[in-house]
Unconditional design. Structure first.
Length: 77
């Protein structure tokens, strides 16, 4: 327990209140990075493509053709 309290003190000195505060700061940093990537059209396309492919990866019946069709629907201008 002593080690955990010392770690909490170190994090408090860095401006985060607790371990949850550190996780929150890291989450904000990750969201900020994703937002910057999302502003770049090419990165945005890659990011959305990754989401679509991941979303359908767990389906046993989804073929490559099915994923491509859903990707094209996802990217209508």
């Amino acid at each position: 327990m002593r080690g955990a309290q010392a770690q909490d003190r170190r994090w408090r000195r860095r401006g985060a209140l607790t371990r949850d505060g550190v996780a929150y700061q890291l989450t904000l940093a990750a969201l900020d990075t994703l937002a910057k990537l999302y502003d770049d059209p090419l990165s945005r396309f890659r990011f959305e493509k990754m989401i679509v492919y991941r979303r359908h990866a767990h389906r046993a019946d989804s073929s490559a053709n099915n994923s491509k069709r859903e990707l094209s629907v996802f990217h209508q201008p």
